[in-house]
Design a protein around this ligand. Structure first.
Ligand SMILES: [Zn+2]
Length: 261
């Protein structure tokens, strides 16, 4: 889209938003915010707050950068966790992440020890990143630390989509490992739960496109431990009727969505 139409959209669409939003909605948060999730996710345009399926106004403190990294936005994260006291921090990676691909390419080209074990490597090696600026590189290169951990496990995954999703998953684990170093005390006191997930829009985890898979809870990464924790978290809902159909649906969703590659 060219600049004239983009600028016209900016004016027209915001005005449509103004006209379609009840003024009381703005008044409800005119002088303070009350988010309950700190969401650290990738800046990728395919990943947006509405994938959570809720109206995210005043609910989600949204922090975004290339590769959903914790270290480069610690100030904003700490404001949300320590000042606004959100009880949940969600670190959300996604499939086909450009930052993960860049870091993987860097790992392959910089290490002589890495042989071509993975299906995704051929296509990655054909990508030319030489024109990328130093600033872009310096923001994404820290991701080579988790990617190096993930590379040895790629050969048995069987598809490009799965390989890249797995590397995003390992990156989320790494970001949560860092978060626990900084905020593990709050987790121990039950004041904060750190959840890791992958937004899957390519079908790497299941045939259901658009799912958020839960791949890490407070550093726990084995599927059984994850599912047990997920069920324990659900049981904290006061007076939740465990004989209801809704509860059965939630338990089924835990089985399907709290899982890893
Ligand atoms: Zn990304």
């Amino acid at each position: 889209m060219e600049i004239g139409n983009i600028f016209r959209h900016l004016l027209v669409h915001n005005e449509a938003f103004v006209k379609s939003t009840d003024a009381t909605k703005f008044l409800a948060y005119a002088t303070r915010q009350n988010p309950y999730i700190t969401l650290v996710t990738c800046a990728d345009s395919r990943v947006q707050g509405n994938i959570l399926g809720i109206d995210i106004f005043n609910k989600v403190f949204l922090i975004r950068n290339a590769g959903n990294q914790v270290a480069i936005n610690r100030g904003s994260i700490e404001y949300s966790i320590l000042v606004l006291k959100t009880p949940v921090m969600l670190v959300l990676g996604h499939t086909d992440c450009g930052a993960v691909k860049f870091a993987t390419h860097a790992c392959i080209t910089q290490s002589k020890e890495i042989v071509n074990l993975a299906k995704s490597f051929d296509r990655l090696m054909q990508t030319d990143y030489s024109s990328i600026s130093r600033e872009v590189k310096s923001e994404m290169l820290p991701l080579t630390i988790p990617i190096e951990r993930g590379i040895p496990y790629l050969s048995k995954l069987g598809s490009e989509n799965k390989e890249l999703a797995y590397l995003s998953q390992i990156n989320v684990d790494y970001q949560i490992e860092k978060s626990l170093k900084y905020y593990g005390g709050l987790v121990k006191e039950n004041k904060l739960t750190i959840i890791g997930g992958i937004y899957d829009f390519v079908g790497a985890y299941s045939k259901e496109l658009g799912r958020i898979l839960i791949t890490n809870i407070n550093g726990i990464t084995d599927t059984n431990g994850l599912q047990e924790n997920a069920k324990a978290i659900i049981k904290r809902i006061p007076n939740y009727d465990e004989s209801s159909e809704e509860y059965k649906t939630v338990c089924k969703l835990i089985e399907e969505k709290v899982t890893r590659i």
